[in-house]
Design a protein around this ligand. Structure first.
Ligand SMILES: C[S@@+](CC[C@H](N)C(=O)[O-])C[C@H]1O[C@@H](n2cnc3c(N)ncnc32)[C@H](O)[C@@H]1O
Length: 569
């Protein structure tokens, strides 16, 4: 046994702590562990520590007065660093001497270590947190000049002791209502294992009481004794404790849509707020944590808002009822699932970009790799779930026989229709889950330019002669093709959709004179030249300016992915 450990054991015992059936060891990775020396029965108390030995916020603030404006964590860190500095003069020296010299929490990662986290969300969280803690440290030293000899490294060590070993202060005083923390020497020697049955039991009052650890399941002699740090995700474990593990059932990925380039960002954020679409974080209204078994419905709602087009936005601008965001419309639903998919794919691609040499790596770099592998696995599972959702959606769309009663198709305008639809979907969903047969592709439920060209060979031939590069001008060709298809009346399979949108409800789209003028210029550049070149295809009667206005409206309000797909329901 080392001299320091000897001193520590004498110190805790002299001060009233009790423990019998375990010993301290260091494992092959250099991690301090606690092992049972004899069998420990279920329900037995493993160790008891009097509160007198606990390092609390009160102890720290009494020693460092005038730092009221600083957080509990910062004042306690400064106190610990100061106590460590005064060495054996400190009452807590026996405890501080046995703590690891190097605590490799994420905050202590150097540039080389950070390469192992590149392209993960944790990378940014660490950088941001480190900068904040550094700034707070500077201010702390300014406000406590007698401690200006404490270095950043010393402070960071103390900060990491707290992040990796502290307990909530409510264990001493359950009536205390705040985020205060406390260090319990001896009891903090246990490592974490998820699902460990252990009870943290308070005895007596906050001044003279104590805390005991009571074992839930029997432990054989020679086995490691674990604590349970609670349901913690890998990024928080790596950030605060410096380790993580594989197949962490609590793990999640953090997803945040980027709307910085969206001209309608303001209006969208307004709807998010008004309809009270909650996110996973109070500070960040767009941040959501996605768990492999649980994609929160609020995330879908948020994303439905994020992909709204002008028409959908104008309908939802005053929406305060978040249930109307359970479904906005078919176009919106596909756009929403596509956008989530794109977000996830971008993250997957980034996380797969990893070219660091891993032949000689440290234990904490191994944990960083475990974390990124866990994130990749999780992202892959969530992508598969979104794809499944999309194929279910397409199957439902393919069976829609009746169009919503009033155009447009938004649930805010047709709430009853969509409530009925939802009931039908729920029934279908259960059936689908049972049968899960028949793949429906996106192309079969939307209108694409290719389909229109194939259905109208004469039109196709004419446009191929009139346009040098159809792909380049696909918006214009699409509008002309829609007009052509509509002219077929009942022969067109989308006749119901065309009929319903024939009389555009102009009140629903803010009229934009500039856009109308632009469209007029486009019309004038095409007609009557096209009619003269191909009078059978581009008859003046069908290709009126009103028809072009209608086609543009369809493109603006019913299309996905830059008008390549029109969602006709
Ligand atoms: C409360 S302390 C536990 C005792 C600590 N091992 C010691 O030597 O003092 C928490 C620290 O122990 C380590 N630890 C705890 N559980 C672990 C685990 N399951 N795997 C790896 N390291 C673990 C981490 O370094 C963590 O920051």
């Amino acid at each position: 046994m080392s001299a320091h450990l000897d001193q520590f054991i004498s110190w805790v015992k002299e001060n009233g702590a009790t423990y019998e059936k375990f010993d301290f060891k260091t494992d092959s990775e250099g991690i301090g562990c606690v092992y049972a020396t004899t069998k420990v029965g279920a329900g037995e108390s493993l160790a008891t520590l009097p509160f007198r030995l606990a390092i609390t916020e009160k102890v720290a603030r009494n020693a460092l007065p005038n730092l009221d404006q600083h957080s509990c964590r910062n004042v306690m860190s400064l106190f610990l660093a100061q106590q460590k500095k005064i060495g054996n003069e400190s009452f807590y020296a026996p405890y501080l001497n046995i703590l690891p010299e190097k605590i490799m929490t994420g905050l202590c990662f150097d540039k080389n270590d950070m390469r192992f986290l590149e392209n993960t969300t944790l990378y940014n969280s660490i950088e941001e947190r480190r900068q904040n803690v550094y700034n707070e440290f500077q201010q702390l030293i300014k406000d406590s000049p007698e401690n200006k000899n404490i270095t950043w490294d010393e402070f960071l060590w103390a900060y990491s002791v707290l992040s990796s070993r502290s307990f909530p202060y409510s264990l001493i005083d359950p009536s205390y209502d705040g985020p205060s923390e406390v260090l319990f020497p001896l009891l903090d020697a246990l490592n974490h294992k998820p699902h460990t049955h252990i009870t943290w039991m308070r005895n007596g009052d906050p001044e003279t009481g104590s805390l005991s650890f009571v074992i839930g399941n029997e432990i054989e002699a020679g086995e490691q004794i674990f604590n349970n740090y609670g349901p913690k995700v890998c990024d928080l474990l790596l950030l605060g404790y410096g380790f993580c593990f594989e197949n962490n059932e609590y793990d999640h990925v953090a997803l945040k849509p980027n709307i910085s380039m969206d001209p309608n960002a303001q209006a969208k954020l307004q709807i998010v707020q008004q309809a009270n679409v909650v996110s996973s974080s109070k500070e960040e209204p767009l941040l959501n944590y996605i768990h492999q078994d649980n994609i929160p419905s609020s995330f879908y709602k948020l994303m439905r808002i994020m992909v709204m087009n002008e028409l959908e936005l104008s309908c939802y601008l005053n929406c305060t009822d978040s249930s109307l965001l359970d479904f906005v419309g078919y176009r919106n639903e596909i756009a929403m699932l596509n956008t989530i998919n794109a977000l996830l794919q971008a993250r997957l691609m980034a996380i797969r970009k990893f070219s660091v040499d891993i032949t000689h790596i440290t234990s904490w770099q191994k944990y960083a790799i475990l974390y990124r592998q866990g994130q990749e696995k999780l992202l892959t599972i969530i992508v598969a779930r979104i794809e499944q959702e999309k194929s279910n959606m397409l199957r439902r769309m393919s069976t829609v026989t009746e169009l919503p009663p009033v155009a447009p198709f938004l649930s805010i305008i047709n709430p009853e229709y969509f409530a009925q639809q939802k009931q039908l979907w729920d029934i279908k969903k259960t059936q689908e889950e049972k049968s899960n047969s028949g793949v429906v592709t996106l192309d079969s439920v939307v209108i694409t330019l290719n389909q229109l060209l194939q259905r109208n060979p004469r039109f196709k031939k004419a446009t191929e002669q009139l346009f040098e590069d159809i792909e380049e001008e696909q918006d214009i060709v699409m509008m002309l093709a829609l007009i052509e298809e509509r002219s077929k009346g009942r022969e067109s399979k989308w006749n119901a959709f065309f009929e319903r949108t024939r009389d555009i409800n102009k009140n629903q789209v803010p009229s934009n004179e500039e856009a109308v003028e632009e469209l007029q210029d486009l019309y004038d550049s095409l007609f009557p030249a096209f009619t003269e070149a191909f009078p059978d295809t581009f008859s003046a009667e069908i290709y009126s300016f009103e028809a072009l206005l209608w086609a543009e409206y369809i493109l603006n309000n019913y299309s996905l992915n830059n008008s390549i797909f029109i969602v006709p329901i």
